[in-house]
Design a protein around this ligand. Sequence first.
Ligand SMILES: C[S@@+](CC[C@H](N)C(=O)[O-])C[C@H]1O[C@@H](n2cnc3c(N)ncnc32)[C@H](O)[C@@H]1O
Length: 408
Amino acid sequence: MAASLGSELDTLVADLTGAVSEYKAAAANEDQLGGDLATRMKVITTAQKIVHATKKPEEQWYDQSVWMADLTATRIFKKWEAFAAIPAVGEGSISYEDLAKKLDADTSLVRRIAWVLVSTGTLKQIGTDKVENTTKSMVYVNNDSNGMMFQIMYDEALRPYVFMSEYFEKYGRREPSGQTDNPYSFGYQQPEKTAWEIMAAEPARVDAFMRSMDTMEQHLPITGYYDFSWVKEKLEAETERTALVDVGGSRGHAIKAICAETEYIKGAQCVLEDLPQVIEQVKTNGDEALKNVKLQVHDFFTEQPIKGALIYWIRRVLHDHNDTDCAKILTHLADAMAPDSRVLIVDQIMENPPPPLVAQTDFCMLTISGKERTREMFEELVGRAGLKVLEVHLAKGTPVGVVECIKI
Ligand SMILES: C[S@@+](CC[C@H](N)C(=O)[O-])C[C@H]1O[C@@H](n2cnc3c(N)ncnc32)[C@H](O)[C@@H]1O
């Protein structure tokens, strides 16, 4: 071992010991503000650095090939409901033979697929002929939202990834910019359609996608990192004024969270905007917490109908779109703003360079011509719409933030 590697490992091990202490302290305090998540991530990233430093360059393909097999084996077992056919954690094991009978498959085939998952720790083998679930494999049982997240990434992103190099051969080495003719539609061999049109043809895929969005929600806090209190005084002086318009607000979950957090922003002062089918669904759902909220059908590529609201809130929308389309969306908001209005863009704020989970999200958005953005990219983007960034408010322990903008 080279001396430099030895001292690098010593430093990393000391960092890891420190990170573990911080994590234990944060976990003991039950820090609700994400400190627990942040300190846990530090343990993981430091441990990964140790592995990275120890691994030789010529060994990288080992992991890459193992992950390819693991992804595929996991997807097959999930589709076959094999994880559900194995007793739940703590309830024992099943022989490969009995599992194969339940799955109507060859025992030898079931064992070979399971071995990949045993090798990566997803499943545990007992002796030579039995297998049991682990807490990791249990996420693939019963439509668990984390398992659905894996499924959606495998089903929706992997095929565009596999064909992406061919895409660039055909369309040129350019960032994709269209709703159609992007790596997603190319990968699905329907270049003339948008991702949503392709997915909509199979209701089960749409259902899986919606479930995965629920999981995303758990990782992307809505409240707790932006101070709405400046709105309070304004609303006391102008009782008729719209407090908040949620642009592309979907089920109204952000409005509910903000009203609950602030109390001084009332549902009746909020407007939920989305496409007709979404607003129709919200009406059908009849959510009691949204009963006073104005439901407004609106296409954000057209003129904003609610003028002079205090806040135009636009969350997890811009990363679906290229810069030209985002500038159009933001320009409609800028045109509707009063001098004291603010646009709050809520999205991931990428670091440069981004950590793996954010880099992969950006890469995934590339398949549909969307992108994640750094603070500088947001500054440039909002400038194109006649806005300027006042401040960026980051949610502790997550890559999410509010980009607070005013009119220039
Ligand atoms: C990724 S979701 C984000 C939903 C919500 N803002 C949130 O934070 O979870 C994007 C939303 O934009 C809506 N949307 C897509 N195109 C739209 C358009 N042209 N006009 C208005 N809403 C649109 C979708 O229906 C969906 O509800």
